[in-house]
Structures are given as structure tokens and as C-alpha cells.
Unconditional design. Structure first.
Length: 258
């Protein structure tokens, strides 16, 4: 029992450390939260007058974009920033020093995951509030459990993929380019900024992680059904498992030799 309490204390300490590190970089924290809010505000001004349409799968334009921009904010926190931060910490020798401490690797990464989930939840709440100002209803009470499951599983899956990509990055300077090279086309083919009505393209993107996450959030935000989007969550689980396997097999704590 004392060992379990000690592990929980270490985990709480690691989460606090990640939060303090994040907030001590106010410029990064500012843009993490402000960028998606600015995007949804601009979309509100552009598309606020568009009602329900088949083009947006029977939703209004802003109902659609609140969900997809929320998904992008989670991707930014759990995939992009995590991969870049890990590459920088490895190159600066921080990961090597962490590895030399008694802190278990599992606690270190679970602490990172919890931090990313917290940042993602705050981002999604901000986007939902801005959407509400434009008349977009908040998620119905029966859908809140599905929304919570979707956010946690999506955050975990993209964190695993972020660690996997970080394990393939050779140096911190290359990290932003590598991260965006993977993410940029996925975001567009998954209908984040424009619904895709091509059956072939939707079939391909539906097997990748971004579109299922978009779809799961869209369902959670815009329906009264209390059910879980099992297919979308299953795809996220598969990609999260794949990312975790790659991360475990290839992640390095020491800087790579140039």
C-alpha cells in the first residue's frame, strides 16, 4: 500500500512539474490556447450565418467546425508539441538526466499524458464557449460521458503517436518539419477545414487516426444519443497501440550521434 501511495505521489509530482514547465513559458501557453480560439472566432464570423446543410452532414457550419477545431487543438497539444518537446529535451540532455533518476519511465510518460489531457480539455472548453457565443449548443448531458471517453482516448492515442514520431526525429531542429510533414496532409484529407464527400478519400482517411477523432467529437457535440462511437474509438485505439509499440521499441533517452 505504501508503495502504491509512493507511486501516486511521484505521478502527482511529475504532473505538477509538467504544468509548471508549461506555464513558465507564457508565450507557448498563450498561443496554445489563443490560436484555436482565434480560428473558431474567425470561422464564426465567416460561417455563423450558415444553418444546417447536407454539406455539413446535417449540422450547421459552426457545429461542424467547433468539433473539428477542437480535434485540431488536441492534436496540437498531444501530438505536435509533445513530439517537439521530447526531441528538444533529448538533444539538451534533459531526458538522459531524467533517466538517471529514480523516477520510473512509466511515471514520466503517464505524467506527460495527464498534462496533455489537461491542456486539451481546457482548449476544448474554450472552443465550446466561443462556439456557444455564436449560438452553437453545448454537448447534451447524455453525451458528456462519450465526449470524455473520446477526449481521453484521443489524447492518449495522439500522445503515443507523438512519442513514436519523436523517437524517429534525429535532432530538435528537424522536429517541427517532421511533425508537420506527418500532420498537415492528414488534417486536410480528414475534412478538418472542409468536409470531404469523396467516398474513396473518406474510406482511406477513415482508417487513419484524425478523421475518426473528428467524427467521434462531431457525434459527441451534436447528438443527444448516449452511445459511444465504437468504430471511431476502435480506430483510435489501434493507432494508439501502434504508436505505443513503436515508442517502446525505438524511443531513445540519449541524444543521437550526428
Amino acid at each position: 500500500m505504501s508503495g502504491r501511495r509512493g507511486g501516486l505521489a511521484l505521478l502527482w509530482h511529475q504532473i505538477r512539474y509538467e504544468q509548471l514547465t508549461f506555464w513558465r513559458n507564457p508565450q507557448s501557453a498563450f498561443f496554445t490556447f489563443v490560436f484555436p480560439v482565434v480560428v473558431i472566432t474567425i470561422f464564426g464570423a465567416l460561417f455563423g450565418g450558415i444553418g444546417t446543410s447536407e454539406f455539413y452532414y446535417g449540422r450547421s457550419a459552426l457545429q461542424y467546425y467547433v468539433s473539428t477545431i477542437a480535434a485540431v487543438s488536441v492534436l496540437g497539444s498531444c501530438y505536435s508539441q509533445l513530439a517537439i518537446v521530447l526531441a528538444a529535451r533529448r538533444q539538451n540532455g534533459i531526458l538522459k538526466r531524467v533517466r538517471a533518476t529514480p523516477l520510473p519511465a512509466s511515471v514520466y510518460f503517464v505524467g506527460l499524458l495527464a498534462h496533455c489531457v489537461v491542456v486539451s480539455v481546457v482548449d476544448v472548453l474554450l472552443i465550446a464557449v466561443v462556439g456557444r457565443l455564436y449560438g452553437v449548443p453545448l454537448p447534451a448531458a447524455p453525451q458528456l460521458p462519450a465526449l470524455a471517453v473520446t477526449l481521453v482516448l484521443g489524447a492518449a492515442a495522439f500522445c503515443a503517436l507523438g512519442v513514436a514520431v519523436a523517437s524517429l526525429i534525429r535532432n530538435a531542429e528537424a522536429a517541427p518539419s517532421v511533425v508537420q510533414f506527418v500532420l498537415f496532409p492528414l488534417v486536410f484529407v480528414s475534412g478538418t477545414y472542409m468536409p470531404i464527400h469523396s467516398g474513396l478519400l473518406n474510406g482511406v482517411s477513415g482508417a487513419l487516426p484524425v478523421k475518426p477523432f473528428n467524427d467521434a467529437l462531431l457525434t459527441s457535440f451534436t447528438t443527444d444519443d448516449a452511445g459511444l462511437p465504437w468504430r471511431s474509438l476502435g480506430v483510435l485505439l489501434l493507432w494508439g497501440t501502434l504508436g505505443a509499440v513503436v515508442a517502446v521499441r525505438r524511443f531513445r533517452w540519449d541524444p543521437r550521434a550526428e
